[in-house]
Design a protein. Structure first.
Length: 906
RNA sequence: GGGCGCGUAGCUCAGUGGGAGAGCGCUCGCUUCACACGCGAGAGGUCGCAGGUUCGAAACCCGCCGCGCCCACCA
């Protein structure tokens, strides 16, 4: 520990960038006696442009690859979806992360803080299709000289009448890349204006070659270890995008529907296959079911009752006939059937919902599929096995009324048919029920049987729960959402998508001499060839002419789920398998910042992939930010029309002010969008300018030590604030760190600065020496405390008197301040401020100016506080323009103020 | 149906066992030599409701009400 006298030696500790920054954290004096360069009229205008250019030029945020592992703090930055629009939510959450990054950097860490752009996936495809008027057709060969036909912007010709132009997948991907590039530039401009301390030399994209190599390499590894498999199975399917989707991508939406009560006639003559229990003869009990999806009646494969439901004991074991189609279906039991729902009897279709899949699987029911991938009822082979009917002609005729129609059209039609046949009992009852949608889709998801790739997930459930406990969550209660999700998983992760702008599966399949594709014998790409696009690249041992030919090969047509790439952001940013030295330094990462709505997707899948590939957590900490709500407490969204353009926000209020608002939102908490808070932030920034100007302009020489009791008390209180802010940052509570620094700073300006003005302007250097030192120390601390939040104004005021960037200056150290303060009489500052407040009140209530002279002040207080008051008496008399101070010992604090006559002085 | 979070001044929020607070807004006053993007002062609250623990509850426990979010096999 240092003695107070050594403070003066701190004047030479000013360091060039962060060299061994942990060694010392107080840097109060301007370098080598140079006078501070304080502008005549300090302003916030133009600071964003000035300092973001300077930071870029000086490489202030450049990651030092030579730093040892122990000094690296790595951040798994969320790559924003660039084809989406920018909104204030981005400003909000990215600011949170940036304050943490800046704090760690000032703590002497080399911060690995890359930016990524999430440009693959459906949102980009949709924009490209509309923007360029094209459609991707993987069967079209690549055209290297493909030019856009003037379909975009200026031309205008044909944009309304023409069919979309079919282009190859590589050409389509080129168009996606072209369009996302301009989006990415807009994002980068915003981030730079906001002051994110990102190292822009490490930017990646989720469709880039690096991301593709890492994704394909990871997939091939899983495949080789048996962690990935393909299966022909019922899959969640979006009929608009015509692709499989994953459980994690579903959301519920309330939709109006109708409940239909439908009659199934008993099947006479018993079962068609001899094994099943036979009807005992003349039973005539009808089976009534209720359904919201009558259009799936032709896909019905069974009726189910609860095993204990006595109402159906007669029926169970027999068969019923589907109305209209006359297909025999067995009546069975299953414990998942709820007796009090509907009629107690439920129709199982292939497939109406996920429960149907469960029943189908567990009861070994056949598949009778009517829905095509385009969401229309497909042609079905009546009369072939599985499509029998009591009356084939009628079945064909009735089904003909439905075939080719969309689900909704078919539903309307079949209700009419059921009415006509008398199988609809009563009127359909309107109901509102939750329906599962693909989160980006516009029609409910269906379940369709198809061949897809899966990553094994379910069997790792317990390990994943354990990983969740290992991870430090900020705030801690967010872990519950992870646990909920993992415990609720019902199937492995389907990662294949029947789309184009994504990472292709690095696989081909042989075609046998009869022309059949051998899906169970995939040909994996060679590691050295990654990334590959199997739609244009040729597997080892084949040549291009064999594509699609008997004895040749065919490429896997699918791309990976966007989360299959995003789940590897730590590996992509850290260049796993590309730059092992870098990867070892940054992985596992220190921090994953993200919003709470994608815990089940991004956070979960990243934990899973890291667990499968590296057998460890991808990061030590997860900091979960909330959302930005509009003043009505609803989530801000484009569709509600309440989105404020972030760039406009930064221009109007200034980046520091916007950051102040963002940083006031506590971790994990949804926060209302509030321009008022930005005005408050701007005031704080202006205050820092002006307080710095006061403290630094023409400041008399600093002394060796803090000799005045009020100065020592101030530094002691400051030490406590630094300790509090530091503890808060260590707990990832940037909002608390800001709040502590801010409230003390306002107190400092209102009381301390006013109290010491007399000594600060005193011509006698013996009088001004201590306060000069205190002002330097305190200003230096405040400028650094605010640096993570208000990087622009902090850098500005720091530059007036210090070399190097404040953002590479050491974070203030509470212990050093305590040592400098020595045995500080903190109560002296308290009681002096208490009396000053009373004097101000008296002047205010008398309507007099603050400099109005005071003849006499009587202070009643305890002996202890009066003794402390004596220590600050000189400053108090000057600040309050008081002639006489009269202490009276008394238990109760009370102040009498006698103002001088108004006419006399003025 | 299950879970998580929230409910404190008109607004945005801090406060987790012992004086009910901050900022904004509002009212009044002050051209004070860092700052009028300022300074000073003031008004304003049965801390969602009801019980319990405790000498003492805004805080801890139980129940209820309201809001938000997540999850669920929602026929």
């Amino acid at each position: 520990m240092r003695a107070p006298a050594t403070i003066s030696s701190l004047s030479d500790t000013q360091q060039p960038h962060n060299e061994n920054a942990l060694a010392s954290s107080a840097a109060p004096a301007p370098s080598a006696g140079a006078r501070a360069r304080v502008p005549e009229r300090p302003t916030l205008d133009g600071l964003e442009a000035k300092w973001s250019a300077a930071w870029e030029r000086d490489g202030v945020y450049r990651f030092d690859h030579s730093a040892p592992r122990e000094r690296v703090y790595s951040i798994d930055t969320p790559p924003p979806t660039v084809s989406g629009s920018l909104h204030v939510g981005h400003v909000f959450s990215y600011t949170h992360t940036d304050t943490i990054a800046r704090y760690r950097r000032m703590r002497g860490m080399e911060v690995f803080y890359p930016m990524g752009w999430d440009d693959n996936g459906l949102p980009t495809e949709r924009r490209v299709q509309n923007h360029f008027g094209v459609r991707c057709d993987p069967s079209v060969p690549y055209d290297p000289s493909f030019e856009l036909g003037g379909r975009d912007s200026a031309g205008g010709q044909g944009s309304d009448s023409k069919e979309p132009v079919a282009v190859s997948r590589p050409n389509f991907v080129e168009l996606c890349l072209a369009l996302t590039e301009s989006d990415e530039q807009a994002f980068e401009r915003l981030w730079r204006t906001l002051g994110l301390s990102v190292d822009w030399s490490m930017t990646y994209t989720t469709i880039g070659r690096l991301a593709q190599r890492v994704s394909q390499r990871s997939f091939l590894g899983l495949l080789a270890r048996g962690g990935a498999y393909q299966l022909e199975a019922p899959t969640l399917w979006d009929v608009d995008f015509q692709t499989a989707v994953a459980q994690a991508e579903l959301e519920d939406r309330e939709r109006p529907g109708a409940m239909h009560r439908v009659r199934f006639a008993p099947a006479s003559g018993g079962s068609t296959d001899g094994g099943a229990p036979r009807s005992t003869g003349a039973d005539t009990q009808e089976a009534l079911i209720e359904t919201t999806r009558p259009e799936l009646i032709p896909a019905c494969v069974a009726l189910l009752a609860h095993p204990d439901d006595e109402r159906f004991t007669e029926l169970v074991g027999k068969e019923a006939l589907t109305p209209l189609f006359g297909t025999r279906v067995p009546v069975l039991t299953h414990p998942l059937v709820e007796r009090d729902k509907g009629t107690g009897l439920v129709m199982v279709c292939t497939f109406g919902d996920l429960t149907d899949v469960t029943w189908w699987r567990e009861l070994g029911l056949p598949v009778r599929s009517v829905l095509g991938p385009d969401g229309r009822l497909a042609e079905v082979p009546w009369g072939t096995p599985g499509w029998e009917s009591q009356d084939l002609e009628r079945a064909r005729a009735q089904y003909g009324e439905l075939q080719g129609r969309t689900i909704n059209q078919a539903r309307r039609r079949i209700v009419e048919l059921l009415e006509q046949s008398g199988d609809l009992i009563g009127e359909p009852q309107p109901v509102t029920r939750a329906v599962k949608f693909f989160e980006k889709g516009e029609r409910p998801v269906e379940i369709i049987t198809s061949r897809q790739w899966f990553i094994r997930t379910i069997e790792h459930r317990d390990e994943l729960i354990a990983r969740g406990r290992q991870l430090k969550w900020h705030p801690p209660y967010m872990r519950a959402r992870f646990d909920d999700w993992v415990n609720g998983l019902t199937g492995d992760w389907c990662v294949s998508r029947q789309r184009f702008f994504g990472v292709p599966f690095p696989l081909w399949y042989p075609i046998d001499h009869a022309g059949a594709v051998l899906y169970d014998q995939p040909i994996a790409a060679l590691e050295a060839d990654l990334p590959v696009d199997p739609s244009t690249d040729v597997p080892d041992g084949y040549d291009a002419s064999q594509r699609g030919q008997p004895g040749g090969f065919i490429g896997d047509p699918d791309v990976m789920d966007t989360w299959a790439t995003s789940s590897l952001t730590p590996q992509i940013a850290g260049q796993a398998g590309e730059d092992d030295d870098l990867f070892k330094k940054v992985f596992p990462m220190d921090l994953r910042p993200q919003a709470h709505d994608i815990i089940r997707t991004w956070l979960f899948t990243t934990v899973l992939r890291s667990h499968l590939d590296h057998d460890e957590l991808p990061w030590a900490n997860a900091a979960i930010s909330g959302w930005v709500l509009d003043p009505d407490r609803k989530k801000m969204s484009k569709s509600k029309g309440n989105v404020v353009t972030p760039m406009h926000l930064l221009e109007e209020h200034g980046a520091d002010a916007a950051r102040y608002w963002a940083a006031s939102g506590r971790p994990g908490t949804d926060t209302a969008f509030d321009p008022q808070q930005m005005k408050v932030g701007r005031r704080l920034a202006v205050k820092l300018l002006n307080a710095s100007k006061f403290a630094l302009a023409d400041l008399p020489a600093a002394g060796e030590a803090l000799t005045h009791p009020l100065d020592r008390a101030l530094i002691a209180r400051l030490a406590a604030v630094v300790a509090d802010a530091t503890d808060s940052f260590e707990a990832y509570d940037y909002a608390r760190a800001l709040e502590r620094a801010e409230s003390f700073f306002w107190w400092y300006c209102d009381f301390y600065l006013e109290l010491v003005k007399g000594r600060r302007y005193d011509a006698d250097p013996h009088v001004s020496a201590s306060v000069s030192l205190a002002l330097r120390l305190s200003l230096s601390v405040f400028q650094r405390l605010f640096a993570p939040f208000l990087p622009f104004v902090s850098e500005e005021v720091w530059s007036w008197w210090q070399d190097g960037s404040v953002h590479r200056a050491p974070w203030p150290d509470a212990e050093e301040l305590r040592v400098a303060a020595g045995m500080a009489p903190e109560v002296a500052l308290e009681v002096t401020a208490d009396v000053l407040r009373e004097v101000r009140k008296a002047k205010s209530q008398a309507g007099r100016p603050m400099r109005a002279p005071v003849r006499r002040v009587v202070v009643r207080d305890t002996a202890e506080r009066l003794a402390a008051l004596a220590l600050g008496e000189g400053d108090l008399l000057a600040a309050g323009t008081i002639e006489h101070l009269e202490p009276v010992e008394d238990g109760e604090f009370a102040v009498e103020v006698e103002l001088a006559e108004e006419s006399a002085g003025d």
